[in-house]
Design a protein around this ligand. Sequence first.
Ligand code: PMP
Length: 291
Amino acid sequence: MGLKVFLNGKLVDKEEAKISIFDHGLLYGDGVFEGIRVYNKCIFRFQQHIDRLFASAKYIMLNIPMTKDELIQATIDTCRANNIQDGYIRMVVTRGEGTLGLAPWLCPEPTVFIIAANIQLYPEEYYKNGLSVITVPTTRNFPEAVNPRIKSLNYLNNILAKIEAHNAGVLEALMLNKDGYVVECTGDNLFLVKDGTLITPPVYLGALRGITRDCIIEIAQKLGYPVIEQPFTRFEVFNADECFLTGTAAEAIPVVKVDNRVIGDGKPGPITRRLIEEFRKITTVDGIKFD
Ligand code: PMP
């Protein structure tokens, strides 16, 4: 059975799920999206993802032509149609079909599609042994320009950084803002552990407010680890006891080398490992379930 995709109100075969070459999502990256995990038929933190999608859309003045409840139902229908038990959902809303000009007001109907499929994960060895990342020259977008808090279809900033990391032979890039503060990676937020305290960059520096980031903060606080959001530079990264990344695809993954400097003792740290373990416990219950 082939993949079924939700497109503008209907479930259609993947081969029929076509959008116009005049769609402004394609012509200009004018649109918003979410990436969401399904764990044992539980759509993880789904309400938070839906809320972030609507917040991103509001910022770019894009009216999503469905209610939150309708989108939730359409997503569940898409998961059911594809027998998804564990997987990844991509939900996209574009400005829709328009003219060759920028004018979004000439795009009468936004395009909405939902794909529920499998996911390419980091191999398990990276969770055991940790990742190596490097700082790249491409900085994070300024919040005053395309605010990185919008999960927009314009990911070129992150893609350039990802290419720079790839060219250097590592899987992720550490991105700074124009002032040299550490902000996040191309698709993940970043945490340090120092003397038992978690430190993560405030989102106003130019980061996406990750749903996994929020979840890890809550878990850490419940376990009694203080969490502070404060700006820091690579100095604090190099001198951290532990470092890890968080994101929907990565969950929480240890980082053991940054710019070829060993972090801590070069192995995933005890607090990182504890948080990963606790995070994995709640994935099948913390969300919207379907059968
Ligand atoms: N930062 C960026 C730039 C991202 O694209 C993402 C999502 N992949 C994240 C952080 C992590 O956010 P979340 O935990 O909501 O997936």
